[in-house]
Write a protein that binds this ligand. Structure first.
Ligand SMILES: Cc1cc2nc3c(=O)[nH]c(=O)nc-3n(C[C@H](O)[C@H](O)[C@H](O)COP(=O)(O)OP(=O)(O)OC[C@H]3O[C@@H](n4cnc5c(N)ncnc54)[C@H](O)[C@@H]3O)c2cc1C
Length: 532
């Protein structure tokens, strides 16, 4: 088993040594136009302070509970910039008292019972990749202690129903673990968030995660056929249906519930055959807005590219995709059944009409093999290694984080300009200098999902207050200009103030009533999404 880093993204063995980090930091400085700092090492696990567990567990649960130092550290935080800096500096005040590793629903029910009796907070934990403070224990409130309830031992594909193309999968399966089981049968879930390597089906459902694909089934919502959740009040099991008009949808209460209503244990999800025909191309544009216009026309023409990702010039350069100083539109179509070059051809025509230039010929491939290389592959590589780079940047005193939103097409230019201006102002004020970039991750006939990255020099010891200022400026600007506080990163504790402004007050009242019905003692993930 490869070991995960207790403080940073991903596997321990992917954190480079000091010399390599110094080299990476120098390269980043040259690209960013400000200096990284001397690289530091994280506080070693043996030196972090952990308080003694506040409560003793009942005898029948001892075997599935751990108070191991590394286990508690790993389960203390998610993996946003703020979390990584906190773990790097050795601050583990939020470590849970116990980490539970149940192997059955019966064990989950017993943990919930114990928590109810002893007034403990229970924090469902999938892969711990939350970027919104979704898996932290609360430090305030009436709870006497906290249990991190880790679903990773429930990671099997339990059933495949090939006629309807659906699979019943346990909630703790990570992307690679569930894909390996599906692939053995020639099938795929085809849902690839950037955190795919470590995040889980249950986490995706609980946060309404967004995958890599730009159109059609963009978010896990679109894959869920039915769910099973264990709440303190009992079992919430919905029926397998392709669609239903029978009142408000019970699956939709679970989707986005962020561990506050129950523990998702399994779901039936829609699977498909693995794509074999592919066609892709990249186009360059004078300006981000021209490329967005092209994407709008493509998706409104009824075309559904698997990838329709736009990078602004700086984003393209920082990710080593292109140094043309132009916006880049990456287009890709794929199918398990038929050739897709005609679809790509039409999308290219539309993009050219909107001002796009095609620097290289399209890459077309069929069942005999995949066409490798090019800007799209360079993007893919950068996309999946970016979280590892963030670990290095933290060690080199660089603030590096992302945030995202969605808005309708008519608001896009205003939102983009407003957010960039607000973040640049906040970067100048709190860091002196810094960069902010934008890419478009998902497109819909009526709108799009812009995704921003900011990078700036940190003042060591004040990183979190600098970051908090930038994040608040960005979130205020998003709401002011017609966006949502999140298209797919979820609410957690971090986005609560903006989520509270975004949702109708009566909806909040209704949600509180649901919370009281399912979790009457308020033990599940207190502070996330809603106050009891
Ligand atoms: C580098 C990086 C890249 C990311 N990329 C993406 C992306 O492309 N798309 C995207 O949508 N998000 C992304 N995220 C955010 C994060 O990966 C998602 O929110 C993901 O869905 C969380 O899954 P998880 O299994 O890690 O859940 P966790 O982080 O463990 O938990 C997230 C929330 O869900 C709850 N929860 C988890 N499992 C269950 C369960 N079984 N039952 C009930 N509640 C549960 C938790 O209590 C918590 O509130 C990224 C994060 C990082 C660090």
């Amino acid at each position: 088993m490869r070991e995960r880093s207790h403080w940073g993204w991903g596997f321990k063995d992917r954190f480079p040594d000091r010399e390599a980090r110094t080299g990476i930091a120098a390269h980043a400085s040259a690209l960013l136009g400000f200096s990284a700092q001397e690289v530091l090492d994280p506080v070693p696990l043996e030196q972090i302070e952990l308080r003694e567990p506040a409560v003793a567990p009942p005898g029948d649960l001892v075997e599935i509970l751990s108070a191991d130092r590394e286990d508690r550290a790993l389960h203390s935080y998610g993996r946003s910039y703020r979390d990584v800096v906190t773990g790097f500096s050795g601050d583990y005040r939020r470590a849970p008292d116990w980490v539970a590793h149940p192997t059955s629903e019966d064990e989950i029910e017993r943990i919930l019972e114990w928590a109810g009796e002893d007034q403990l907070a229970v924090i469902p934990y999938g892969g711990g990749t939350s970027v919104v403070r979704g898996v932290e224990r609360p430090l305030e409130g009436a709870h006497r202690g906290a249990i991190s309830l880790d679903l990773s031992r429930l990671d099997r594909v339990l059933d495949l129903e090939e006629t309807s193309r659906a699979a019943r999968i346990q909630a703790g399966a990570t992307g690679p673990v569930l894909e390996a089981q599906l692939q053995a049968r020639g099938l795929t879930l085809r849902h690839y968030p950037q955190s795919y390597e470590h995040s889980t089906l249950g986490g995706w459902i609980a946060t309404r995660a967004g995958g890599h694909y730009a159109t059609l089934r963009t978010r896990i919502d679109d894959f869920v056929e039915s769910v099973r959740m264990i709440s303190p009040a009992g079992v919430w099991q919905t029926r397998r249906l392709p669609a239903s008009g029978a009142g408000p949808d019970p699956d939709r209460i679970v989707l986005g519930s962020e561990g506050t209503l129950g523990v998702i244990t399994e779901a039936w999800v829609r699977v498909s055959e693995r794509p074999r025909w592919r066609a892709r191309a990249t186009l360059h544009f004078e300006h981000l807005y021209r490329s967005a216009e092209a994407a709008r026309r493509i998706v409104q023409a009824g075309l559904h590219p698997a990838n329709c990702r736009i990078l602004d010039p700086l984003e393209a350069e920082l990710n080593s995709v292109s140094s043309s100083k132009r916006a880049v539109l990456i287009l890709a179509f794929e199918s398990a059944d038929h050739a897709v070059d005609v679809l790509l051809g039409r999308a290219i025509e539309i993009a050219r009409d909107a001002g796009g230039e095609l620097p290289d010929p399209p890459r077309i491939s069929g069942p005999e093999g995949r066409a490798e290389g090019g800007e799209a592959d360079r993007w893919r590589e950068a996309f999946f290694s970016a979280p590892y780079l963030q670990n290095v940047l933290v060690s080199a005193g660089v603030i590096a984080d992302t945030f995202e939103t969605a808005c309708t097409w008519d608001r896009f230019q205003e939102l983009h300009a407003g957010v960039i201006a607000a973040v640049e102002k906040a970067l100048a004020w709190s860091c002196g200098v810094g960069k902010v970039t934008c890419r478009i991750t998902h497109v819909y006939p009526d709108g799009l999902a812009p995704y921003f990255t900011f990078l700036a020099p940190a003042k060591r010891g004040s990183e979190i207050s600098q970051w908090t200022d930038i994040k608040a400026a960005a979130s205020d600007a998003i709401l002011a200009h017609g966006g949502t506080i999140t298209h797919h990163h979820a609410v957690g504790r971090l986005h609560r103030p903006w989520y509270d402004r975004e949702r109708p007050e009566l909806f909040a009242t209704a949600l509180r009533a649901v919370k009281r019905a399912l979790d009457p003692l308020g033990i599940l993930n207190p502070g996330v999404l809603i106050d009891p």
